[in-house]
Ligand binder design. Structure first.
Ligand SMILES: [Zn+2]
Length: 114
């Protein structure tokens, strides 16, 4: 991976981290409404509870991804970034573009059952 490619990746990871942080803030706002903004009646309350469990799930997924991205961001300057941890071959750049936090190539991931 060239210096330029790494810089492009850094930028892309930064953007994804920012987007996820914004999403998390929105989910948190939905999960913990301010006083007076909460459900007004029983039906609204039930819907709120249902929605809440979906939001909690989304929040969990987004937090996991955010942590993986932050971790990838710290790894990007290391010479082994973008190399598969199993076979040590370079992970295809297209895959890294979609998932910069990838630790394995697709073949190894399938083989490891990840
Ligand atoms: Zn591999």
């Amino acid at each position: 991976m060239t210096r330029q490619e790494k810089e492009a990746f850094k930028k892309s990871i930064e953007e994804q981290i920012e987007a996820l942080s914004r999403e998390l803030a929105l989910i948190e706002k939905a999960l913990y409404p301010e006083k007076g903004e909460g459900p007004s009646d029983k039906v609204a309350h039930l819907n709120f509870k249902l929605d809440q469990s979906i939001q909690i799930q989304r929040h969990r997924e987004a937090t996991k991804r955010l942590n993986r991205l932050k971790e990838a961001y710290l790894r990007i300057d290391r010479p082994d970034y973008g190399l598969c941890r199993e076979c040590e071959e370079p992970i295809p750049i297209e895959r890294l573009k979609l998932m910069p936090e990838s630790l394995y190539c697709v073949d190894c991931m399938n083989e490891l059952g990840l």
